[in-house]
Design a protein around this ligand. Sequence first.
Ligand SMILES: Cc1cc2nc3c(=O)[nH]c(=O)nc-3n(C[C@H](O)[C@H](O)[C@H](O)COP(=O)(O)OP(=O)(O)OC[C@H]3O[C@@H](n4cnc5c(N)ncnc54)[C@H](O)[C@@H]3O)c2cc1C
Length: 454
Amino acid sequence: MTRHRVVIIGSGFGGLFAAKALKHADVDVTLIARTTHHLFQPLLYQVATGMLSEGDIAPATRELLRRHRNTTVLLGLVEDIDLANRVVKWRFHDDEKETPYDSLIVASGAGQSYFGNQHFSTFAPGMKTIDDALELRARIFNAFEVAEFTTDPDERRRLLTFVVVGAGPTGVEMAGQIRELAAGTLNNEFRSIDPAEARVILIDGADQVLPPFGPKLGAATQETLEDLGVEIILGALVTDLDGTSVTYKTKDGELHTIDSVCKVWAAGVQGSELGQVLADQSEATLDRAGRVVVDEDLSLPGHPEVFVVGDLMSVPGVPGVAQGAIQGARHAVKKIRARVEGAPDPGPFRYRDKGSMATISKFAAVAMIGKLRLTGFIAWVAWLFLHLLYIAGFKQRITTLVSWAITFISGGRAQRVVTNQQMVGRLALERLGARSSGKLFRGSTADEQPPGDK
Ligand SMILES: Cc1cc2nc3c(=O)[nH]c(=O)nc-3n(C[C@H](O)[C@H](O)[C@H](O)COP(=O)(O)OP(=O)(O)OC[C@H]3O[C@@H](n4cnc5c(N)ncnc54)[C@H](O)[C@@H]3O)c2cc1C
C-alpha cells in the first residue's frame, strides 16, 4: 500500500517548516520550489548593501532536509494545481511534470505589488528574492561608481540621490543602510565625489514611519533615521517613476519630482499567482492583496486536503511575517497527521504574536514584544540574537556572525562584488520573453526563439 503523499509548494518559512514538522510522520513528502534555496528574507537588505553574501541567508533546501528520509526536494516552477484530480503541475524550463498528492500545503508566499503600475519594477526593483537583492546591490554601488567619473553636476546629483519607496521595516532598513554605506563604508574611497553627500529619501503614503509599530516607535525610528541623514517624506503617494526621477503627490494634491537614478520599491505585497489558481477551482476568495481567504483551520474552502500557509494565506489578525508562516505550517502538519495517524485534531488555527522588530542602523532598532516597547541598543541586541537564531543552517550562522563583526566593528562590508549580469540580467530576460530562459538553458540562441517570445 502506498503511503499518504504530502506535496509542499515553496521552500520559504512556510514550506521549510512544514517539511521539518513532517520529519517523523508516516507520509511521503515532496517539496517543490522554484529555487534550490530556503531564503531568510528579513536579511535581504544586508545582501543588497554588501554586508552579507547571498549564501549566508540562503542555504540549500536539499542540505537542510538531508536527514529527512521521507522527503524528496524538487526544483520546479508550479504553474497549475488540478484540485479535482489532486495533481500539482510544474516544470523546469521546458520539462513539464505532474506530481499527485493526498494532502497539499501551498506555501508559495507573496511577491511585490506595484499597485497596478508593474512598469515601475523596471526602474525600482523590489526586495523579495536573491535576484532582487543582487540587482539592487549592483544599482546602489554602481551609482557611486558612475558619479565618480561624471562631470555634469546635475547628473552627478541624480546619481547620488537614492529614493526608497515604503517606510515599513524593509524601507526603513534599506534607507538606514544606504545612508550608513554612503557616510561610513565608502569614506575615503572616492576622489571626485564625497559619498557622504549622497541623499537618501524615504517616501510613504502614511503619516508615520513603521505604521504597524505605533506612533511612539514610529517617532523614535524617524528621529534616528533623520539623525543619520535620511530625509523622510510622509503622506505622499508615488504616482510615477522612470529611469531618472520619482514623482509623488502630497495630500494637498500637489505633484513633486525628485531626480534620482537609483530607486528601491519596498511598498506593498501581492499573493503568489497560485492563489488565483486555487480560487478559480474552489469556493475560496482572494483578499485585496491576492491572498487566499482560508477556513479557520487554514484549509481551502471545500478542500480539507489542501492547506494554504504563510504570506499567501489571508487570516484576520495574522501579519505576513515569518512567525505567521512557521506557525501556520506547523498547524497544517498537525491537521494532516491527525488525519493520517489518528493524532488529536488541533482544531482552528490560533496565532501567537511573538512581536515585531526592525533595525534602523548600526546599534539602533525598535522592537514590539507584547506590551513591551524597546528602542535603541537593547532592541538592536534583541534583533541580532533573534535573527541569528532563525537563520537556517549552522554554517550560515557562523559566516553571518563573522560578516556582522566586520561591518559593526570596522564599518567595512565584505560583499561588494557587482557583476554585469546582476545589473542587467533581469531586464535582459524580460526582453527575451517568458520562455527564453528555458530555450537558452538548452543551448539555443535568442534568434531561435518563437516570434511571440522575443
Ligand atoms: C525584505 C523582507 C524583509 C522581511 N523582514 C521580516 C522580519 O524582519 N520579520 C519577519 O517576521 N518577517 C519578515 N518578512 C516577512 C517574511 O519573510 C515572510 O512573511 C515569510 O518569508 C513568508 O513565508 P512564506 O513561506 O509564506 O513565503 P516565502 O518565504 O516568500 O516563500 C515562498 C516560497 O515559494 C516559492 N514559490 C513561489 N511561487 C512558486 C511557484 N509558482 N512554484 C514553485 N515555488 C514557488 C518561492 O521560491 C519560495 O521558496 C520580510 C519579508 C521581506 C520580503
